[in-house]
Each structure stands twice: as C-alpha cells, then as structure tokens.
Design a binder for this molecule. Structure first.
Ligand code: ADP
Length: 253
C-alpha cells in the first residue's frame, strides 16, 4: 500500500518536473527569439535613419560639393528611405495579417507575368530565369502574391553570391500548381528547415550573422500562402542552394 502510494507520488513528481523543464526551455527559446527580433529591428530601423541623416547634414553643412556629389548624396538618402519604407511595410503587414484573412481581393493571376514584372524591377545582381508556364493561373490577391514572391526573390538574392543563377519554374497536377524559386546560395541546414517560417526566426544568432533582416519575411510568406489555401516547403538545390516550392490550388481546383 505504502509502496504503491510512493510510486504514484514519484510518477506525479516526474511528470510535474518534465512539464516545468519543458516550459522553461520554451520560455528560453522565446526570449532568444525576441532578443534577436529587437536587436535586428532596432538595427534595421536605426541604420537607414542614421545614414540618411548623415547625408542630409553633409549637404546642409558643406557648400563646396560638386553637383555630382550633391546628386550622389541625394540618391543615397532616397535609397535609405526606400529601405526604411520596405521594413515598415513588412512590420505593418505582419501586424495586420489577421485582418488580411477577411479582406482578400481574389482574382485570376497569371504567375508568369507577375514573376516577369518583378524580374524587370530587379537590379541585375543575379542571373534570373523565368520558365514558369505562361498558361498557369491561380486565384489570389495580387497585392499579397506579389509580396510573397518578392520576399522569396529578395531572400534568394540575399543568401546567394552575386552573379549566380536564380530560377522561377513551375509544375502542375490535376488540381494544383506549384511555383518554385531556386538559388545557388548558402542553403538552409536541415535542422533549421522547420523553424524558418516562424515569426522572427533567423538562422544563427544576431550577434554572429552579417546579413540584414528581421526574420519576418518567411513568416509573412507562410501566412500569405496559408490564407490562399496553399502549402510551402523548402528543399535543397543541387549541387547547392535552396528551392522553395509553393503549391496553390488551380483556378478550378
Ligand atoms: P530574414 O529577414 O532574416 O531574411 P526571413 O524570414 O526572410 O528573414 O528568413 C528566415 C531565415 O531563413 C533567414 O535568416 C535565413 O537564414 C534563412 N533563409 C531564408 N531564405 C533563404 C535562402 N534562399 N537561402 C538560405 N537561407 C535562407
């Protein structure tokens, strides 16, 4: 009888300890993510503000600058303001992601045209190929689908060497179409693949990584895919790099 009670008691203690330890590690992970997020967002917001302020002050204080130098400074200010604008838009988009669900303005989208439009605005840093089937049509809200593809495109450029190839391609089954983006970059370690779509998640710690970012891009991408009833997965490219596959239901699927 006493032995039985002691046994039950032990089990309760072990189960209790298990849950306490598990929630401790969850808290630690959340704290780490939040620390990464505040560090990166603060950095991302402060950098363009500081550098455009510096260029504006230089323009104000120095009257010996040539027209060419003045123009370069003004261009830098516009570039930095654009960067700031992108970041604020991303943060606002994430904040309103719940409202997006009720406000989708779906219409037929020709994926090939949309990808071409983004490639035209591209800065030629990479060789970009679009072999998406011109006949593929999905039902979607073009504002969000553009944002989705733009985020994947930006990442492909950010995480692969200049001049390397980025390819948009597609495949189709009876009720789904898949849009894929491949790059020849650093790739994503297998153990990170399930985490990269989490809000604020960035591979490695903020202190040791050099690329700019907030860890919001793929979270946003995943949310946009979900509200369109689609699926996203990432896999290795051969011989190196990453492929993201986004599966949508077809217009009639
Ligand atoms: P970030 O703002 O850090 O780019 P994302 O949410 O867009 O945030 O991506 C999350 C993480 O996934 C990135 O920090 C990066 O480590 C990894 N990642 C995303 N896309 C790629 C890619 N094409 N190649 C390699 N790593 C990638």
């Amino acid at each position: 009888m006493v032995m039985g009670e002691a046994f039950v008691f032990m089990i309760i203690i072990i189960v209790g300890a298990y849950y306490v330890i598990r929630s401790y590690f969850k808290e630690m992970e959340l704290a780490k993510k939040e620390k990464n997020f505040s560090l990166s967002v603060t950095h991302e917001l402060k950098t363009p503000i500081a550098s455009s302020k510096l260029f504006a002050e230089t323009l104000l204080q120095r009257n010996d600058l040539s027209v060419e130098q003045q123009r370069t400074s003004l261009e830098k200010i516009v570039q930095e303001q654009n960067r700031l604008n992108d970041l604020v838009e991303k943060i606002l988009l994430v904040a309103s992601i719940e409202e997006i669900k009720s406000g989708l303005n779906k219409k037929p989208i020709v994926l090939f045209n949309l990808v071409n439009q983004l490639i035209k605005e591209h800065d030629n840093s990479h060789e970009v190929i679009n072999t998406v089937d011109e006949k593929l049509i999905i039902q979607g809200d073009d504002f969000y689908i553009i944002s989705l593809i733009q985020n994947l495109f930006d990442n492909a450029k950010k995480y692969s060497p200049k001049g390397s190839q980025i390819k948009f391609f597609s495949s189709q089954s009876s009720n789904a179409v898949t849009l894929s983006v491949s790059d020849q970059g650093v790739g994503i370690p297998i153990e990170e693949k399930s985490k990269i779509f989490e809000r604020f998640y960035r591979v490695e710690d903020e202190d040791i990584r050099t690329s700019k970012g907030t860890g919001l891009g793929l979270f946003l991408v995943n949310e946009i895919v979900k509200i369109h009833g689609g699926k996203i997965k990432c896999r290795e490219n051969n011989p190196k790099g990453t492929i993201f596959d986004i599966q949508f239901k077809t217009a009639n699927g």
